[in-house]
Write a protein that binds this ligand. Structure first.
Ligand SMILES: [Zn+2]
Ligand SMILES: [Zn+2]
Length: 272
């Protein structure tokens, strides 16, 4: 059994700790019992250089540094106009090798300045992003990040969509997992049957090392890129066992409402 936290940020992302470097990540991963850590931010050239210099590739799509395994993950901010509204969606991209990362970066660099932020803004739709990534390598994996946050989530009330098909068009069948985010947990997501086919993953989205693993995923399979992705694609509950959850009611977006009107909606009081 092992614990994986796929979504974190490096010191090259905005509003992150200077200690988000490999050495501190490894020290805190060991303290927290995290076996496999997403690298975050592989779209940023300086962070990518550091990853290439320090991580030793294993021959299974993963990497290792001082006993802690790493998986190549990054988050991008897709900003675009679709169906009459501005959309802002954060998506996570998983890749099995630096060669694939280099190819994806070279295409994405024509849609935004990858050096501006560890989580770059791209003038590119989510469906187009998916097509680009899967054309380069079908073993890549794309997951809408914190799917419910109002401003940057796939289902966000402000800049998201009401249906996953509206966001991903023909690429929808290639999306197999959703990140529930800190303010929601799997039980809340199970209330909507349209999400039944998706694996629900949870990650820390850490901006400082002491936040690593505040949400994470528990697997019982070989620690191998292809095996992990296969378990998620098949939503196999013998290999992808569960998630470790933050109290969703402590999340910033758990309750909806409007401060000026003194309205606060609890999920418990909304009947479906
Ligand atoms: Zn995000
Ligand atoms: Zn993030």
């Amino acid at each position: 059994m092992f614990i994986a936290d796929f979504h974190i940020h490096s010191k090259y992302s905005r509003a992150t700790s200077k200690e988000m470097d490999i050495e501190h990540l490894v020290r805190w991963a060991k303290l927290k019992g995290i076996d496999l850590l997403g690298t975050g931010d592989w779209t940023h050239h300086l962070w990518l250089e550091e990853l290439k210099n320090k991580l030793e590739p294993l021959n299974n799509g993963l990497f290792i540094y001082q006993g802690v395994r790493f998986i190549l993950t990054t988050e991008v901010n897709n900003i675009y106009f679709k169906y009459g509204r501005n959309r802002r969606i954060h998506n996570l991209i998983f890749a099995p090798s630096f060669r694939v990362v280099d190819e994806v970066n070279s295409v994405l660099s024509s849609y935004g300045n990858l050096a501006a932020d560890g989580r770059p803004t791209l003038g590119l739709g989510s469906a187009e992003l998916a097509r680009i990534v899967f054309d380069i390598c079908p073993d890549c994996f794309l997951v809408p990040a914190h799917a419910w946050t109002p401003w940057f989530g796939l289902f966000g009330s402000q800049t998201g969509f009401d249906k996953i098909e509206e966001c991903f068009d023909k690429e929808t069948p290639n999306i197999y997992a959703l990140e529930t985010g800190l303010s929601s947990d799997p039980a809340m997501n199970w209330r909507w049957s349209e999400l039944d086919r998706f694996a629900l993953i949870s990650n820390s989205d850490a901006h400082s090392p002491n936040r690593l693993g505040r949400e994470a995923n528990v697997f019982d399979c070989k620690m191998d890129y292809y095996e992990i992705i296969d378990a998620l694609k098949k939503k196999d509950n013998r290999r992808f066992l569960s998630t470790i959850e933050f109290f969703p009611q402590e999340g910033k977006y758990h309750f909806d409402g409007h401060r000026n009107c003194n309205i606060c909606f609890s999920p418990r009081n909304i009947s479906l």
